[in-house]
Structure formats: C-alpha cells, structure tokens
Design a protein around this ligand. Structure first.
Ligand code: IMP
Ligand code: MG
Length: 182
C-alpha cells in the first residue's frame, strides 16, 4: 500500500520519488552548467518554497556564481492570493547581472511574472527561470521557462520545500493531494 501523508483534514499520496528528483536535478545541472558556466550568474532563490531545490541545485555547480534570496508568498492553504512580498526596491543587486530565478513551482505564473518585472526594473542584464515544478495547464498566459524539473497536472502538491499551510516542506518526495472519495 502506498504511503499516505495526512495534514489537517487532507490526504496526500506520493507523486515523485526522491531518487527520481536527484536524477532530474543532476541532468538539469549539467544542462545549466553548459549554458551558465562562463557568465558569473546570480541565482535568485525564491523563498520559502525553493530553499531545498535551490540548495540541491547550486551545490552541483563548480563555477563562480552568487546566490541571493527573495521572499514571495501567494498561497493561503490551497487558495491562491495576490503575491505579497516581491519588492522591486530589494533587488538592486541584480543590476547588470545574468540572473537565474530559482522557483519551486510555476502555477498561474503570476509570482514569476512579478519577479521578472522586478528584475527588469532593477536592470538585470539577462533573466532566466529554473523551476523545479511547472503546471502548464494552470498558466494564465504563455510562459517560457528555461529549465523545468517536472511538468505536473494542476493539482496541489507538497514536499521538497513545498508546503500546505507551512507543513510538508521537509518531505523528501513530492506528494499530491488525494481527491476526496464521494
Ligand atoms: P503562481 O503565482 O500561481 O505561479 O504560484 C506560484 C507560487 O505558489 C509558488 O512559488 C508556490 O510557492 C505556490 N504554489 C503553487 N502551487 C503550489 C502547490 O501545488 N503546492 C504548494 N505551493 C504551491
Ligand atoms: Mg514559490
């Protein structure tokens, strides 16, 4: 029987195993190294959700780079809210840099759009996106994500940094919400 994680009244079932995650990040980092190794990139890790993905990814790189953090938060439970905490004024350090935004998941795309705008407004030289997960069918407009870990269906997921009301971030695998049986 597959393992079930319970948080509050909800049940989650395993979607992506940690072994598969490791393999995928290895491959992503190889591709990213080819693209980025000579550009002294600045990795902009979006907190809180991308803290594990960001940590695993940047430790694969053996070239010179900077790592900075930005806080963006748009979810309350499973309900999407307006993005709070993306403040263009905080991003002065992206000026003239080759920026790679490191996100846990792109859902509607609203958060990443706000961050891209803020990077542009602060004079980033180039901007790329690395997202661990992507839900393309939830995008509200067409989006070009440079590096994607896994494309998933538009269901709510937790684990590997992603949370439900603050819980589940520590899980090493990705779990998806289990539909409630009638
Ligand atoms: P977007 O602005 O709709 O693209 O939402 C992106 C942000 O919402 C991500 O950075 C996550 O922090 C959060 N988010 C979106 N989908 C999920 C999910 O399935 N589980 C946990 N957090 C999510
Ligand atoms: Mg996030």
């Amino acid at each position: 029987m597959s393992e079930i994680i319970r948080i509050d009244e909800l049940e989650f079932v395993k979607l992506i195993e940690s072994r598969e995650i490791k393999r995928r990040i290895e491959l992503m980092s190889t591709i990213m190294t080819e693209d980025l190794e000579d550009s002294d990139p600045l990795f902009l890790v979006v907190l809180n959700g991308a803290f594990i993905f960001g940590a695993d990814l940047v430790r694969k790189f053996h070239f010179e780079c900077d790592i900075e953090f930005i806080n963006a938060n748009s979810y309350d439970g499973m309900e999407r809210k307006d993005v709070k905490g993306v403040n263009a004024g905080d991003l002065h350090f992206v000026k003239d840099r080759n920026v790679v935004v490191v996100e846990d998941i792109v859902d509607s795309g609203h958060t990443i759009e706000c961050i891209l705008e803020a990077c542009k407004a602060n004079g980033a030289k180039t901007i790329r996106i690395a997202a661990f997960l992507s839900k393309p069918s939830a995008f509200t407009k067409e989006m070009d994500i440079d590096y994607v870990g896994f494309e998933i269906a538009p269901q709510f997921v937790i684990g590997y940094g992603l949370d439900y009301n603050g819980k589940g971030r520590n899980l090493k695998d990705i779990y998806q919400i289990r539909p409630i049986m009638e």
